[in-house]
Design a protein around this ligand. Structure first.
Ligand code: 3PG
Length: 402
């Protein structure tokens, strides 16, 4: 796609799709990460005299106006982060939005109301896409984290206007490309999470791309059970045992080192303060469940990290929200951070709980790159083509960073 290097913003109405789907608590933004990461694009366009019109969804109002899902409180947080005023229109199309975009002056920033208040947004309704396009002269997509959605504001609108990728979009793609498409090898991945069934395509795609694939979280129990290990009452997917065996065989055939825990921290009750034991995976007692990887596994994983040049991290290794079952994730994340800071490893992390787990481990800012994307990061790891990227690219090759 074309980057902002090829756009002359002055005097233009620039429709910028951002992702302001940020965590809120008591009506306030509780995590600024996504806001901070779109500041460079907005600031660059405004400083060069562009008239910046921001489009975003928030939450899932399903085509209805849900007052609690208004973007208005986020306009205030954004203004603070930008250090310049952000005006607000109560709809993303219609008279008010049109008037607001017409009176906008060079360097000013306007945020339009939640695009998902419009029933046409998620259906990628061509009428909505055309109505949005009338508000701008050009379109910039800076929402990699929403690029897996083929919606009017992420895909349809790009058919009507000259389209560009923003600075965050560029950074996300450059990081993902460097980690998976053209990585410095050996490249490894840590994939955690509860279910193989939700990560099947991801695991299959990763097997083909990485030299080492470490499995953590409850998913690991299913792999262990598939090898005949008694995992007690640990969470596992009975119906995925065959699939797990196929993945193990495929890893072997491809020469990918598939790494499973060798010891685990177990408990009888899923609650804070319940007694725990650390046991080899072959000795999980009946009635006990594994909630974290044990110290031997940590040592083994950390030794594997030392042999890598690139690491992709998606998902925690244990129930990090419930100490002491955060210790495995913390220890491996801290080693990845240490190697990354020392320049020995490039670590790209993202998707789902990953950001929370790395923040909990105190190493969120020590990674080479942390994606702002959840679902879109996973779909990229699955090898899927993201409609939001296709929409701003004339050819697939142009989705690669320039
Ligand atoms: C996200 O938070 O991952 C994106 O904003 C996409 O949100 P969605 O899953 O509601 O489409």
């Amino acid at each position: 796609f074309a980057t902002l290097d090829t756009l002359a913003p002055k005097g233009k109405r620039i429709l910028v799709r951002v992702d302001l789907n940020v965590p809120m608590k008591d009506g306030q933004v509780s995590d600024q990460t996504r806001i901070e990461r779109i500041v460079p694009t907005i600031r660059e366009l405004a400083e060069k005299g562009g008239r910046v019109i921001l489009l975003s969804h928030f939450d899932r109002p399903k085509g209805k106006v849900v007052p609690d899902m208004s973007l208005k409180p986020i306009a205030t947080a954004l203004a603070t982060a930008l250090g310049r005023p952000v005006s607000f229109a109560h709809d993303c199309i219609g008279d008010e939005a049109e008037a607001a975009t017409r009176t906008l002056r060079d360097g000013e920033v306007l945020l339009l109301e939640n695009t998902r208040f419009q029933p046409g947004e998620e259906k990628n309704d061509p009428n909505l896409a055309a109505a949005l396009a009338r508000l701008g002269d050009v379109y910039v997509n800076d929402a990699f984290s929403a690029a897996h959605r083929a919606h009017a504001s992420t895909a349809g609108v790009a058919e009507h206007l000259p389209s560009f990728g923003g600075r965050l979009m560029e950074a996300e793609l450059a990081a993902l490309y460097a980690a998976l498409e053209n990585p410095e090898r050996p490249v490894g991945a840590i994939v955690g999470g509860a279910k193989i069934s939700t990560k099947l395509e991801l695991l299959e795609n990763m097997l083909a791309k990485v030299n080492m694939l470490a499995i953590g979280g409850a998913m690991a129990n299913t792999f262990l059970a598939a090898q005949g290990v008694n995992v007690g009452k640990s969470l596992k997917e009975e119906e995925m045992l065959d699939t797990a065996r196929k993945i193990i065989a495929e890893a072997k055939a491809r020469g990918c080192d598939l790494v499973l825990p060798v010891d685990v921290v177990v408990t009888e009750e899923f609650m804070a303060g319940a007694p725990t034991r650390t046991v080899p995976v072959s000795e999980i007692p009946d009635g006990w469940m594994a909630l974290d990887v044990g110290p031997q596994s940590v040592q083994m994983l950390n030794a594997k990290l030392a042999g890598l040049k690139t690491l992709v991290w998606n998902g925690p290794l244990g129930v990090f929200e419930l100490p002491p079952f955060d210790e495995g994730t913390n220890a491996v994340a801290q080693e990845a951070a240490r190697l990354t800071k020392a320049g020995a490893l490039k670590t790209v992390a993202g998707g789902g709980d990953t950001v929370a787990a790395l923040r909990h481990a105190g190493v969120l800012h020590d990674m080479t790159y942390v994606s702002t994307a959840g679902g879109a990061f996973l779909e990229w790891l699955e090898g899927k083509i993201l409609p939001g990227l296709t929409a701003i690219s004339t050819t697939l090759e142009k989705t690669l960073p320039v």
